[in-house]
Design a protein around this ligand. Structure first.
Ligand SMILES: [Zn+2]
Length: 355
């Protein structure tokens, strides 16, 4: 049984979403667009998303380029890069001529978008398998507009070792490689943000000694609230916030720990625990909605999606989360920070032209 929300709290939540910026730091949009474009669909963002994003008050979305393991394990790294570039083109194709969306390349773009009714898109790679060990490929991707990356997804590559997939429960041993260290330094030189959400525990510890600029965990919960290696330990959370990072609340049932259907309750528990430990200024949203991507991937394979994993129906479900946090007694200022202000502070500081 999930939380029953009172009408007056829902009204307050709707108002907060009209008056304050909402940021989702993790959404697998480009891959979904590419898969659906291949099946002849077009104008997907305008038809499926825009109205809901506006209703949720979304102002900034981190569009995550995810390359499935079936492609990353191919011999030729150029095939991985080709998939990444195809995903980026699919996203740009949808953004072109859509006056509602702006690619955020620097702090100035971000500030401009925040003053309009547009939504900013930050381009990010969930794993850098596509660069092999080559820094010049990273620079090329930066030129294209990529502003952030995780060294690896939940797997080992030339740069680092990921933690296991959310549905598994095992530690994959492995360190950040020499090439991985060089990549972190180059990302910092370019003012790209570094995401540690999928790193294994060893890698997290190493990043602390390598990174000179604040890094974040775009889509992870608290391991004390729900024991899963995709979530951060208390110690990791304190270290993450201590260096100026933010963690994005993950809205996948497997990571939030809400398989029994108590989605709002579990999301609130993560948010409240993280706020108590680090302060709301280090808590944001990185919802990791994957049902749309998984549905597109299933359709491409001639199948139907059998199991949905998103805790909320879509981004408009965030209004329910806000209401649930308020109803359980979280201060309005803290809710506003979690909705978007914490992530905005981070991106303002880290993007090119930032503090
Ligand atoms: Zn992920």
């Amino acid at each position: 049984m999930d939380i029953l929300l009172k009408e007056n709290v829902l009204r307050r939540a709707r108002l907060l979403h009209q008056q304050n910026p909402v940021v989702d730091a993790h959404f697998d949009l480009p891959g979904e667009l590419l898969l659906r474009h291949k099946r002849g669909e077009r104008d997907i963002i305008r038809r499926d998303y825009l109205e809901k994003w506006k209703r949720a008050g979304l102002k900034l979305l981190v569009a995550s380029v995810f390359v499935p393991t079936a492609i990353t394990t191919r011999e030729n790294p150029e095939e991985i890069l080709a998939d990444v570039l195809d995903q980026i083109e699919a996203l740009f194709g949808e953004m072109q001529g859509n006056g509602q969306l702006t690619l955020i390349r620097d702090r100035t773009d971000l500030e401009r978008v925040l003053k309009t009714d547009q939504i900013g898109i930050l381009l990010y790679l969930e794993g850098l398998d596509c660069i092999g060990e080559e820094l010049f490929v990273l620079s090329r991707l930066f030129e294209k507009g990529v502003r952030g990356a995780a060294l690896t997804w939940s797997r080992k590559n030339a740069l680092a070792t990921g933690c296991c997939k959310a549905g598994e429960y095992k530690q994959i041993p492995g360190q950040i490689t020499e090439a991985g260290r060089r990549v972190i330094r180059e990302m910092e030189r370019l003012s790209m943000f570094l995401d540690v959400s999928h790193l294994n525990d060893e890698g997290f510890e190493q990043v602390l000694t390598i990174a000179k600029k604040p890094f974040l965990a775009t889509h992870s919960g608290s391991r004390s609230v729900y024991d899963n290696y995709r979530n951060l330990t208390d110690e990791q959370m304190i270290l993450l916030s201590g260096q100026g990072g933010v963690m994005g609340l993950n809205g996948c049932k497997l990571i939030a720990g809400s398989l029994s259907g108590n989605h709002l309750e579990m999301l609130c528990k993560h948010a409240e625990y993280e706020t108590k430990l680090m302060g709301a200024g280090h808590v944001g949203l990185g919802l990791d909605f994957c049902d749309a991507y998984d549905r597109a991937a299933a359709a491409a394979a001639g199948k139907m999606l059998t199991e949905e994993m998103d805790c909320l129906r879509d981004h408009t479900g965030l209004i329910l989360l806000t209401a649930a946090l308020l109803q359980r007694g979280m201060a309005e200022m803290d809710v506003i920070a979690i909705m978007g202000e914490s992530m905005l502070r981070y991106f303002r500081a880290v993007l090119p032209g930032g503090a």
